[in-house]
Design a protein around this ligand. Structure first.
Ligand code: SF4
Length: 330
């Protein structure tokens, strides 16, 4: 047996947790996580806190300390129902704001206040007001990857999982859909509704190229390609299926492809691969630098010090919540 395989994690609290991630975290790396994992799980009980973790969190967060996991839509839905006093958002800032606006009585903490998003930073509330002046009468559909102030200027929100449904639910011939130009372009191809978009993009998904997908197929016979709709349309065209991270997970769960690639953020494949040992995952790795600001160390610090509370101006929160709740009602 090699030295690596000879390592046995502590039998007291962490052995069962390590077994969840042993397929993607080598035994020799686990001691670097074990202390924080044990401390965070203890602190959660002491503080009456829960951790919501996005699909792009690394496996030691996603599988070892998170209480609720999912894509933006799932986290928004679940945030409404949290009964614990404290929500720690293992995700980026707009997700923490969404949790706060949907469950305002709770203390919402984000481990790093600088965990932003290239989509959220691409547009301001003033930009939305200018769009309304330029295109009067068109409803504004805002992707959840935006600040509360931008949501507050919107008629309704959407996620990558429900964007087409939201567009068509409004019963109008033309809508403004912000801020992701690629999501808007991908939805526009599926619907008869005309879409006015904005020049924002996810810095992770826009880096994928159609040529890269063809190359992956050439190198990996039988490869099934699942792409996120934040990818450029020519990338989506090369895919076998396009959908949100939740839809990708469902695809792998129900169809069990022999070999698959998830054209999305890097950690997603790790988290899904753990659950599907018979599926071969090809893993090109585009990391989100914002998601990767969140780690066990700052989650622990957030819980120890009750730091980095997310506060939203009540007037903005009320209007933003209405836009999110209109989406959740559909
Ligand atoms: S992956 Fe893209 S959309 Fe998601 S937080 Fe990072 S930059 Fe924003």
């Amino acid at each position: 047996m090699s030295a690596a395989l000879a390592y046995a994690p502590p039998a007291d609290t962490n052995a069962a947790l390590y077994s969840r991630v042993s397929r993607v975290i080598p035994p020799l790396e686990w001691p670097a996580f074990a202390d924080d994992v044990a401390a965070i799980n203890r602190l959660k009980r002491q503080r009456n806190a829960v951790i919501l973790a996005h699909n792009y969190m690394t496996p030691e967060i996603f599988h070892c300390v998170a209480d609720i996991t999912g894509d933006s839509l799932a986290l928004a839905r679940e945030a409404q129902n949290v009964e614990a006093n404290i929500i720690v958002m293992a995700g980026v800032h707009f997700m923490a704001e969404t949790a706060k606006m949907l469950n305002p009585a709770k203390t919402v903490l984000i481990p790093d206040l600088e965990a932003g998003c290239s989509l959220a930073s691409s547009i301001t509330a003033a930009d939305v007001r200018r769009l309304r002046q330029r295109y009067p009468g068109r409803p504004v559909i805002t992707y959840v990857n935006t600040s509360a102030a931008v949501k507050a200027e919107s008629d309704i929100c959407c996620t990558s999982g429900n964007a087409r449904k939201i567009v068509e639910s409004l019963g109008v011939p033309e809508v403004i859909m912000i801020p992701d130009k690629y999501l808007a372009a991908n939805v526009a191809r599926e619907t008869g509704v005309k879409i006015i978009s904005w020049d924002g993009a996810c810095e992770v998904h826009e880096r994928f190229t159609a040529r890269q997908i063809r190359s992956l197929r050439a190198d990996n016979p039988g490869l099934v390609v699942l792409a996120h709709p934040e990818c450029p349309p020519d990338v989506v065209d090369e895919a076998d299926f396009a959908g949100s991270t939740a839809a990708m997970n469902d695809y792998v769960t129900t169809r069990q492809p022999g070999r698959v690639v998830l054209i999305t953020e890097c950690s997603m494949a790790d988290n899904v691969a753990i659950l599907h040992p018979k599926v071969d995952f090809v893993r090109p790795c585009n990391l989100c630098p914002h998601m990767k600001r969140i780690g066990l160390g700052n989650i622990r610090a957030a819980l120890e010090n009750l730091q980095h509370e997310v506060i939203i101006d009540p007037a903005i929160a009320t209007k933003a919540r209405e836009a999110v709740e209109r989406m959740l009602a559909i």
